[in-house]
Design a protein around this ligand. Sequence first.
Ligand code: THU
Length: 157
Amino acid sequence: MKKREIKIEVEQLTLDDLNESEFELVKCAKSQTYKSYAPYSKFNVGAAILLDNGEIVCGSNQENVAFPSGLCAERTAAFYAHSKFPDAKFRTIAIAARGTDGMPLPEPISPCGACRQSLLQYELLAESPVAVLLVGKDYIYRLPSVSSLLPLAFTSL
Ligand code: THU
């Protein structure tokens, strides 16, 4: 029997540690939380994706009275980005949220499993790592890639 340990690299940052484009992306993700449609959960999520053509594409969670028909902010943004700019590669994604009290979450938000798998698709298409910024009020986590968020991912049929 062989044991293997899978580690992920996470940097804990403040806003001051971000470069200009990361700062802008975080700002977009935060402001997107105000465009979220979440009448049921009252949990407002915003995502912003920087593409290699310099465009930033944003999305927010969109809920539905038939609950499973709604969509998370990350997938709303990713699907929009790739439909609008099918040839562009994803570079970085920032994700922010406000909780049911309407306040920014103190700790970084972490995407659900389905969003991780969906985002991984665009990292594979980009053929280079897509950095991830998980935004909290008090600090930000920076991960080097989507695959680091989804170890042992399903990647091929
Ligand atoms: N949600 C997101 O948009 N992204 C996440 O990473 C986690 C959850 C949404 C789905 C639903 O509208 C609400 O947050 C509560 O789960």
